[in-house]
Design a protein around this ligand. Structure first.
Ligand code: MG
Length: 251
């Protein structure tokens, strides 16, 4: 029986000129993927920028997801003021954004995320956390919410990269950390910029819908396949891993 994922996998292999994908590492985003944190992030950004007199809408911050805080601040400064933010402005605004985020009710792990990561672990696939965030309050919760599933050495945060998503650097650094090649990697993401970074890094990039971003935006960004929720993805993951191992083309 041909797996329901066959045609998506073949399309990905052809596009990247691979003969197969052999998943050895999963490079996993944090906000909106492991944690249901985007509502709080967009609320904190909107409050911050509104108070700073910079016009913005709350929903636009969903589209910036994955970038570093400094890059988001710069984008809004350029649009509203026609200039880059200074390093001091970036630092003080990002600090304030973190304070506003931490004032909001604590975020919960994304339903289905623990099952998803557990399945990867049981399949012997290394897990690397790859986040544009530098928000230590959430990063440090990984150890308790995903007990024993993320090695402290297997994390790429905004502090480890020069270029944030959509640049492929965070995922390339994660591959180096896990000692895998692009065709041995899968990326799990919820946001277009993260998906773009994963695909540019050469990984089989899975988009998971966990917020208001339409499927077409994820496909346009280069998602090899898109799932409608984290729970649905977690449920399908064992079959997807099997399908990846069993699909090979002459490249
Ligand atoms: Mg995300």
């Amino acid at each position: 029986m041909i797996s329901p994922f066959h045609s998506d996998i073949v399309r990905f292999l052809q596009r990247h000129h691979y003969s197969c994908v052999t998943p050895r590492a999963a490079l996993i985003d944090m906000d909106g993927t492991l944690y249901d944190s985007m509502k709080n992030h967009t609320a904190a950004w909107h409050r911050l920028m509104t108070e700073a007199g910079i016009p913005c809408t709350r929903d636009e911050f969903y589209l910036y997801e994955g970038r570093t805080g400094a890059s988001t601040i710069n984008t809004l400064f350029n649009r509203a003021l026609g200039r880059d933010a200074t390093d001091e402005e970036k630092e003080s605004l990002y600090h304030k954004k973190t304070v506003y985020f931490n004032e909001l009710p604590p975020v919960k792990p994304m339903p289905g995320a623990l099952d998803m990561v557990t399945t990867l672990s049981q399949a012997g696939i290394r897990r690397v956390l790859v986040t544009g965030s530098g928000q230590s309050s959430l990063i440090s919760r990984i150890d308790t919410d995903f007990l024993g599933l993320f090695d402290p050495d297997m994390r790429i945060t905004s502090r480890d990269v020069k270029h944030g998503k959509p640049h492929p650097e965070p995922f390339i650094r994660a591959m180096q950390l896990a000692r895998v090649s692009p065709s041995q990697s899968i990326v799990i993401e919820n946001a277009p910029l993260g998906i773009e970074a994963g695909d540019k890094a050469g990984a089989f990039t899975i988009g998971v819908t966990t917020g208001p971003i339409p499927v077409e935006e994820m496909e346009k960004a280069g998602a090899a396949i898109v799932f409608p929720s984290m729970e649905k993805f977690a449920e399908a993951l064992p079959m997807l891993l099997l399908a990846l191992l069993n699909t090979r083309i002459d490249s």
